[in-house]
Design a protein around this ligand. Sequence first.
Ligand SMILES: Nc1ncnc2c1ncn2[C@@H]1O[C@H](COP(=O)(O)OP(=O)(O)OP(=O)(O)O)[C@@H](O)[C@H]1O
Ligand SMILES: O=C(O)c1ccc[n+]([C@@H]2O[C@H](COP(=O)([O-])O)[C@@H](O)[C@H]2O)c1
Length: 206
Amino acid sequence: MDEGLSRRDLRIPDAGRGQVVGLYGGSFNPPHEGHLLVAERATRRLALDAVWWLVTPGNPLKDHGDLEPLARRLAAVRKLGAGPHHRATAFEAAYRVRYTADTIRIARARSPHLRFVWIMGADSLTGFHRWQDWEEIARSVPIAIIDRPGDTLSTLSSKFAIRYARFRVPEHEAADLAYRKAPAWTFLHGARTAMSSSTLRDLRRG
Ligand SMILES: Nc1ncnc2c1ncn2[C@@H]1O[C@H](COP(=O)(O)OP(=O)(O)OP(=O)(O)O)[C@@H](O)[C@H]1O
Ligand SMILES: O=C(O)c1ccc[n+]([C@@H]2O[C@H](COP(=O)([O-])O)[C@@H](O)[C@H]2O)c1
């Protein structure tokens, strides 16, 4: 599992005291311009100091049949060139965790001096209530959802959006999200791209 990964790859990144870090988890199999758009929009609109791209050893809800090795996906994320305040890490592999609830618990315990926001695309929110301990996640960190073609409506009628409707932060107050006590979430609109890893994999297969 950890083949080809260096100690740096497996370490939890750090940031200065009080800084706001966006946790952006994904399979990134492979990464693409849609991922960049998400990370950049989150950075700008949430006034993030850093984004940590958490390259998962394997999404617990996905089939891993065509999942590229972790080291290769991590290298590909770095190659995207997201910018100096972005860090790509595979620390979930080092801690032998797959579930985001565990990842967030570890990040918060190891870095109590930072503020975290969980970042995800609209399609992820649609099935968020199937994630392990999803309500614990909702109560532990603010969440930012970035719009994705085809998922706007299903997102806003998702179990999460309905249950936590009164904790939604208006988009024009998104820069404040990291300072709100969870549960707190916002939905960020803007330019969208339909790009997906599955499209790229299909193209590669020809
Ligand atoms: N084009 C996009 N617009 C908005 N969010 C996106 C986009 N592509 C991916 N995301 C989000 O980025 C995160 C990581 O996505 P992932 O690595 O699974 O890519 P994907 O393109 O959705 O992959 P696949 O096609 O294999 O399902 C998820 O939160 C997903 O919602
Ligand atoms: O914790 C869970 O139960 C869970 C279920 C599905 C997905 N996730 C996380 O969601 C992130 C996005 O996954 P993916 O495969 O859609 O890119 C990634 O960090 C996964 O580990 C987490």
